[in-house]
Design a protein around this ligand. Sequence first.
Ligand code: AMP
Length: 510
Amino acid sequence: MRVLKGKLLKTFTELNLIEPLQRAIAGENYKTPTPIQSQTIPVALKRRDVLGCAQTGTGKTAAFALPILNRLGLQNRSAKAKRPFALVLAPTRELAVQIGASFATYGKHLKLRHALVYGGVSQTAQVRSLQRGAHIVIATPGRLLDLMNQGFIQLDKLEVFVLDEADRMLDMGFMPDIKRIIRELPAKRQSLFFSATMAPAIVEITDTLLVDPVKVDVTPKTRSVKKIKQQVIFVSRKGKSDLLQKILSSRDNLRAIVFTKTKRSANFVAERLNKVGLKAAAIHGNKSQNARQRALDAFRNQFVKILVATDVAARGIDIEGVTHVVNFDLPMEPEAYVHRIGRTGRAGAKGIAISFCSSGDQGDLKSIEKLIDHEIPVNQELSVTLPRPSAKSTRGRTGRKSSGSGRSGTSQGGRSRKGAGSRRARDESAGSEKGKRTTKRRRRRVRTEKASAVKSARTGESSSKESGKRTAGGMRDASGTGATKSSAKRRRPQRKGKNARKRANASRSE
Ligand code: AMP
């Protein structure tokens, strides 16, 4: 693998992109390629595989979109029904929509079509655009596999494959889906791979995906964004809502994203803010795609000044002019802190990141500070002295006693986070007893659904509620091999007991 350490290109003209792309870039008023762009675009244009270590906000979308558009623009072919030439995989619907918008912007002077494929909405329009033919498909893994299984998309003509935010894919449990998709890719292809971090599972997948890649690393050494003023406020759990109101109502020209740990608390916080006249919208995984998009648009267009979000839903959101990020709850994963605060201070602007730390959160605070390699200054004026936690609360979920020690006059111990990382990231409802029960039920349901999906893939049955609906009148039925929703239901009774769970697990690991 070659690690690129060449000089940074100063202008877009030096990148030798085709004229329609140069024009679109000029229209966007981009003057200088960002480091990821000036390092990735030249090698990607030479059709080399790329392993890019970069976060959102670094300009990485253009780093892969411009070479793809350049290649397809030069070829000037018409799109083929169901057979894209380029595929971009993204972890969330929001990110897929954003990437689609970037392709539309950069490719506006080219005659190329792109299609978006993501779950949570009807597949009808997506299938229609695939059947019309799209040069580029931008997809989330679950829906893509669903449509592949139904025969609405084939990857045999694929020339470029992009895997974006691989680390998030891993956190969200998409790796088995990704591996399945990779197995369907033609051997001769170009692959561009992007991840903010390089966990061992990520490295493993790069080995199977990339051939002699050029490594481009633009991860900042200190993981925290310099222009962002960070502070921590020690506050009791009960005091958080009042503190939030106080902070948000005392600022003019405010545009804030408030992060909570659970979906319930996102709803609760947004409701409380609205009640006191601070216009807020909540965005999380339980909301429908349309509701999420509406909330994002309202925030983007400044109809609401505050967006209350969970980590999973907020991933990759790129909204200019966010003045404040408030961590109402600290994230369980220190990496998520860096991603969260990066929602402010975009494109060199200044931003403020405020983190609430209550009794029992100090272990998480310590992990964050270890990652960003400095202590976050304490807002002494607004901080309270927290009570000494009970022995029980100094133990983490694993039961191991924490080594965390308090600071700034607070005495709470940290919690052991070992083993809680990625599980927690996928589980937004963890945190309360009720949340835990919901989580268990949800995990059980996901396992059962996954088992059904695996089975469906083999038998040709539709796996999701939506695709089930469509199968009744869709392709497989037309060919006489598919099952209708009602027959699928008959054959798949609701599994609830322990044995049923074991069966589901067994068929999942088949
Ligand atoms: P991304 O990391 O791809 O999400 O991009 C973050 C933001 O930077 C987006 O709003 C882009 O429009 C913007 N951007 C990308 N490349 C450039 C550039 N070369 N100059 C100025 N802004 C850029």
